[in-house]
Design a protein around this ligand. Structure first.
Ligand SMILES: CN1c2c(nc(N)[nH]c2=O)NC[C@@H]1CNc1ccc(C(=O)N[C@@H](CCC(=O)N[C@@H](CCC(=O)N[C@@H](CCC(=O)O)C(=O)O)C(=O)O)C(=O)O)cc1
Ligand SMILES: N[C@@H](CCS)C(=O)O
Ligand SMILES: [Zn+2]
Length: 769
């Protein structure tokens, strides 16, 4: 039996990659230094896995920004607009790469970044490959071969990882009409053959092809594409060991297809879909290897050895030990690096820590399971097993987890899940109270999280400044934000969220049932990381969480200040969630906590409250047949949090990164008085579905992209508003950016918002004429 890893976190255990990349972008270090950081991270990752005893160690799992973008570069899928970047001789391959990821504004060039979207149902974002009708592919980057040789020079034989040809195409977007992206497969395969030829020459033994789409609903064209692609590859490389990795879902109706592919091994996600193993074992052709994804790559809980051993033994019995690999369920890029770095008892107590495993510990778990299989119950293996059983038993009976009062709150039949009156009645009452102009202007909540703001928090956490000093600094920053918003002329103000390290972590820190890591960073996109809170027990709200900030901001101005909360589904989705009860139950508990906060904000006189739910779409199961069950509890949780206010209180929600076509009815069912959405990058196309469905409530389509430092002009926003007003009646339109402004600086923010307010007033004038 072999241990197999699908991918290791590439940010470095102290976020070395983030720090280095940001310095490189700021011109503070050279390309050589940046590359050196990459070399260091790869070396340490490979050595760690080798030392732990992993048999199949991945290479090419490192990326300077995103592994899908790496593939586009490798395959020469470089959109024409970036070709000018290569023509500038002072630029290297990595500058072209970053231009595609982040846009390029230099030397009289102004090129927008490629689109970014969510990686399946995770909080990781990838750069979307772009395809044209006459798309050509050719080997552009040899990174995969170079990194294999780099490891080999260190004496480590690795298994290069790449995205399989079908998933690569399915991840991309057709930038023109008149063709189907899978038509491109025939042109793409010769480049895969070229890469595999070079890898074979370099004496690669195993190659991992990631094909996560095998876990999704596939039409017949996609199914045929899988067969065609792997038959073509196998014709050329019959003896090269090919492992097709599936993850994030079970194979279900694609089982026969996946097992029929002419490859030596298939990887299964047995955490998401443990039950698939029985069908697979019945259908697997003899001699094919199975990689059992039994260690959870998406969560931080310790593996249950007894359960894993049962699955491994069952598989060995059926297909023989020589055909079995054990692995994490998916790449470990979704796990934080190393639990051993969590040494602060005040942040993470040893009682809870003993229930957990980060990436390094998951690697060690695989090695331990292998020992337990190979050497049976002899010492020291019995100790390994006993310790694991003890940790699980300790968690099961811990007093920290269960709270009967919380359990009864969520089953309370008096819990309101519907507003008192319908939207038209509420709107009339809100108009009367709020007295807002037509096309009201607002922002999504956060204002620049400057270096200073972050360093105050860091000093406060390190006890270098007192709680009073920290609060005073944040109050001053909040007042500054209020004055700036007043000067710009926005209609509905926000307090700016300066007190928040992150829109989820901040709430987690104040809720019971959550713990935190100090260094448990996970890549979100490029150099941006998040530190997901860990939900270990029943969730409740001991005290108000945001009321003092919203009330303070409201006390500074006559304009309305919007209260700002993160919704239950987003808190759930962007946390590591307990695995001892259904997610829906945890979500309901968070919903009750948010409801209590909403009620306290209302009592404190806050008349507009926004409950952000940017992750509601991301949480949608990958298989359509599972959608309704999820949507039922997700929407209900939002409604629990938002329905107990009076008609006059205006509830907003905000969603970014969302493709609403499939779920528009459920969005309508959430019944927020106002929804703000990301829209500018799609040129308002996202609004079509709201219009087609006759979405009944108010909408604020984002009129500019906050991910870019570019300042939008008044005219371009007017054009977008004009376009929006053709599909949504102006009485129901709001004017706002796409998302929060925390990643921008003040200069960009002020300039862009001034233009936005001017665009709105221009539109109002035209309406009067
Ligand atoms: C809206 N988005 C979010 C997602 N998920 C979340 N959990 N939160 C989100 O907001 N998913 C979808 C999108 C993804 N977008 C982003 C955007 C920006 C970031 C980001 O900027 N991340 C920061 C880390 C933010 C944070 O937690 N900051 C902390 C700690 C800051 C820190 O590094 N401190 C230093 C010391 C600093 C000093 O002394 O000057 C340290 O601890 O070493 C804070 O502000 O306190 C990032 O840096 O990557 C993420 C996702
Ligand atoms: N209120 C949050 C939402 C981000 S999705 C912000 O403005 O950053
Ligand atoms: Zn957003």
């Amino acid at each position: 039996m072999q241990t197999n890893n699908l991918g290791y976190p590439r940010i470095g255990s102290n976020r070395e990659l983030k720090k280095s990349s940001e310095k490189y972008w700021a011109g503070k270090i050279s390309v050589t230094e940046l590359i050196r950081t990459g070399v260091g991270i790869r070396k340490s990752n490979w050595e760690l896995q080798k030392k732990a005893g992993i048999d199949l160690i991945p290479s090419n799992d490192f990326s300077f920004y995103d592994h899908v973008l790496d593939m586009s570069l490798m395959l020469g899928a470089i959109p024409k607009r970036y070709h000018k970047v290569i023509l500038d001789k002072s630029n290297s391959e990595i500058d072209l790469y970053f231009a595609m990821a982040r846009g390029y504004q230099k030397n009289n060039l102004d090129i927008k970044a490629m689109e970014m979207t969510k990686w399946f149902d995770t909080n990781y974002h990838y750069i979307v490959p772009e395809f044209t009708k006459d798309q050509k592919f050719s080997l552009f980057s040899t990174k995969i071969v170079d990194e294999f040789l780099e490891a080999k020079n260190l004496g480590i034989q690795t298994k290069p990882v790449l995205i399989g040809p079908v998933s690569f195409i399915l991840l991309g977007k057709e930038k023109e009409t008149g063709f189907h992206k899978l038509d491109l497969l025939k042109n793409l395969l010769p480049v895969y053959i070229d890469i595999l030829t070079r890898l074979k020459e370099a004496q690669v033994e195993w190659v991992q092809f990631d094909e996560p789409f095998l876990g999704l609903d596939l039409d017949s064209t996609a199914k045929e594409a899988f067969i065609y692609a792997y038959e073509e590859i196998n014709k050329k490389f019959p003896t090269l060991k090919k492992l097709v990795a599936t993850y994030f879902e079970g194979l279900r109706d694609n089982t026969t297809l996946a097992l029929s592919l002419p490859v030596q091994a298939i990887h299964l996600d047995l955490v998401r879909c443990p039950q698939q193993i029985d069908e697979i074992l019945q259908k697997i052709p003899s001699g094919k290897k199975l990689s059992l994804g039994i260690v959870d790559g998406r969560n931080i809980w310790k593996n249950n050895y007894q359960q894993s051993l049962k699955t491994i033994h069952k598989t060995i019995e059926k297909i023989g030990e020589e055909n079995v690999m054990i692995a994490p369920s998916c790449s470990l890029i979704h796990s934080p690096c190393d639990l051993d770095l969590e040494t602060n008892e005040e942040i993470l107590t040893s009682e809870i820590k003993q229930w957990m495993a980060f990436a390094k510990q998951k690697i060690e778990e695989l090695a331990s399971l292998k020992k337990l299989i190979e050497k049976g119950n002899s010492e020291p293996n019995t100790t390994l097993l006993k310790e694991n059983i003890k940790a699980h038993r300790n968690r099961e009976i811990s007093d920290l987890i269960h709270d009967q009062r919380i359990k009864s709150k969520i089953t309370d039949i008096n819990l309101k899940i519907k507003r008192e009156n319908t939207f038209p009645i509420r709107k009339e009452k809100q108009n009367y109270i709020l007295q807002l102009p037509i096309l009201p202007t607002t922002t999504i909540g956060s204002f620049p999280q400057t270096k200073e703001v972050r360093s105050w928090r860091s000093q406060y956490k390190k006890k270098q400044i007192s709680a009073e000093q920290y609060e005073q600094l944040l109050r001053a920053e909040t007042e500054k934000a209020i004055r700036i918003q007043e000067k710009i002329g926005l209609d509905v103000l926000v307090h700016g969220e300066f007190e928040r390290n992150d829109m989820v972590e901040y709430f987690g820190e104040q809720l019971k049932g959550f713990v935190f890591s100090k260094n448990g960073w996970v890549q979100s996109y490029g150099s941006r990381c998040v530190k997901p809170p860990i939900i270990y027990g029943d969730v409740s709200r001991p005290e108000p969480m945001t009321v003092q900030w919203s009330s303070y901001a409201q006390s500074l101005t006559d304009k309305k200040v919007k209260g700002m909360l993160t919704g239950p589904v987003t808190i759930l989705q962007w946390s590591f969630v307990r695995n001892d009860q259904p997610r829906s139950e945890t979500c309901n508990q968070i919903a009750v906590a948010i409801k209590e906060e909403v009620e306290d904000l209302e009592k404190a006189g806050i008349q507009i409250i926004q409950i952000d739910e940017p992750a509601i779409r991301e949480g949608l199961p990958l298989r359509k047949s599972d959608w309704q069950e999820y949507l039922h509890w997700a929407v209900k949780s939002f409604k629990i949090s938002s329905s107990s206010v009076k008609d006059e209180t205006q509830i907003h929600t905000h969603m970014c990164y969302s493709e609403f076509n499939d779920i528009i009815e459920n969005i309508a069912e959430m019944d927020a008085d106002v929804i703000t959405i990301e829209c500018s990058r799609s040129n308002m196309e996202l609004l079509d579905v709201f219009s087609k469905f006759n979405y009944p409530n108010d909408i604020g389509p984002g009129v500019y992209d906050i991910h870019s430092p570019r300042i939008p002009s008044k005219e371009e926003m007017e054009r977008l508003l004009d376009k929006a007003s053709k599909v949504i009646p102006v009485e129901r339109l709001w004017v706002n950016p796409d998302c929060g402004l925390k990643t921008r600086n003040w200069e960009e923010t002020e300039k862009a918002l001034k233009e936005m307010v001017l665009a709105a007033s221009e539109m109002r004038k035209q309406l009067i004429m």
